[in-house]
Design a protein around this ligand. Structure first.
Ligand code: GRG
Length: 299
């Protein structure tokens, strides 16, 4: 199957589940749930869910096994974007081609919508009602919760974001930039892949180890490509403000190594990811295709 066909199948699954899991009504407040739905259902490439599905299949699982992992990771990602766009952080007006959550609603509601998206991810993984049809065992769910919590928290994405905010205007070395991105964006990408694999009950330790090598390389490649697009793509295609990193005086791979070298670094990382999963059979084809897509994407 072409990558396009594979992406469509997975996107259909994760979008349907997100539609169901996101509340349509609650007895307390309708604005916050509207802001949650707006922030998740307003587009997005769904790269992390795609990686969860592809990792699950690569170790012998079925797509449906990875639905909860894919959905939970996307909820955390959506929360992180809502908070990242707030005036206290990157102060952005445009996300996925539309007004950011705090522009469409207000700052307080955007903060709360992000908080509620985060807790919904963990509710989804733990609630028998939200996951009535899953084949995941209780111990698998607990493991997914642990992996997601660690990746999102102080030693993962939140820690990386704090490092990013503190490094604005500073001249970071490349190794410091790698550490920051391994946490800020890499941790959730690694978790998406690990959670996809753990959604199959029979995953082997060697498979998890190789997938983690793949994930580390692809997480970094994703960020390098993001930095390249920040200087080369238009705002309209990006769906967010072009040149936002430069405007905030943020260190990037392009500012440290130049555009040409950043492009070649992204290719090296893509090859490193593909090499890490050489021992996997044809079921890992989508993972190999996704590695290439991540460094070829235009938005
Ligand atoms: C607020 C705790 C907290 C963390 C925020 C992920 C993040 C940390 C900030 C996002 C800032 C940013 C633009 C980082 C560059 C890489 C990135 C995560 C881009 C957005 O992800 P995509 O391209 O977005 O997967 P879509 O819209 O396709 O889902």
């Amino acid at each position: 199957m072409s990558l396009e066909g594979y992406k469509n199948r997975c996107l259909h699954r994760v979008n349907a589940m997100l539609q169901t899991v996101l509340p349509r009504q609650n007895p307390v407040n309708t604005t916050v749930i509207a802001a949650m739905r707006y922030s998740v259902l307003n587009g997005g490439k769904r790269i992390r869910p795609l990686l969860s599905y592809a990792a699950c299949e690569a170790v012998g699982g079925h797509l449906e096994d990875a639905d909860p992992a894919a959905c939970a990771v996307e909820l955390i990602h959506a929360y992180s974007l809502v908070h990242d766009d707030l005036p206290a952080m990157d102060d952005d007006d445009l996300r996925r081609g539309k007004p950011t959550c705090h522009k469409a609603y207000n700052e307080a509601i955007a903060t709360l919508a992000g908080d509620a998206l985060q807790t919904l991810a963990f509710e989804l993984l733990s609630s028998p009602e939200l996951l009535a049809e899953t084949r995941l065992s209780a111990s698998q769910r607990l493991l997914l919760i642990e992996v997601l919590a660690q990746a999102s928290g102080h030693a993962g994405m939140v820690g990386g974001q704090a490092m990013d905010l503190e490094s604005t205007g500073l001249a970071l070395r490349q190794d410091q930039l790698v550490t920051m991105h391994n946490h800020k964006t890499g941790a959730l990408i690694r978790a998406a892949i690990k959670m996809g694999a753990l959604s199959h009950a029979d995953v082997a330790p060697w498979q998890l180890a190789k997938l983690d090598q793949y994930a580390s390389a692809i997480g970094l490649a994703f960020q390098v490509q993001d930095d390249i697009l920040d200087v080369t793509a238009d705002t309209q295609i990006l769906g967010k403000r072009q040149g936002a990193d430069q405007a905030l005086d943020k260190p990037t791979y392009v500012s440290i190594m130049g555009l040409k070298q950043a492009r070649s670094y992204a290719q090296t990382l893509c090859q490193r990811a593909i090499t890490a999963i050489t021992e996997f059979d044809n079921a890992a084809r989508p993972l190999r295709q996704l590695a290439e897509y991540i460094v070829q994407r235009t938005h």
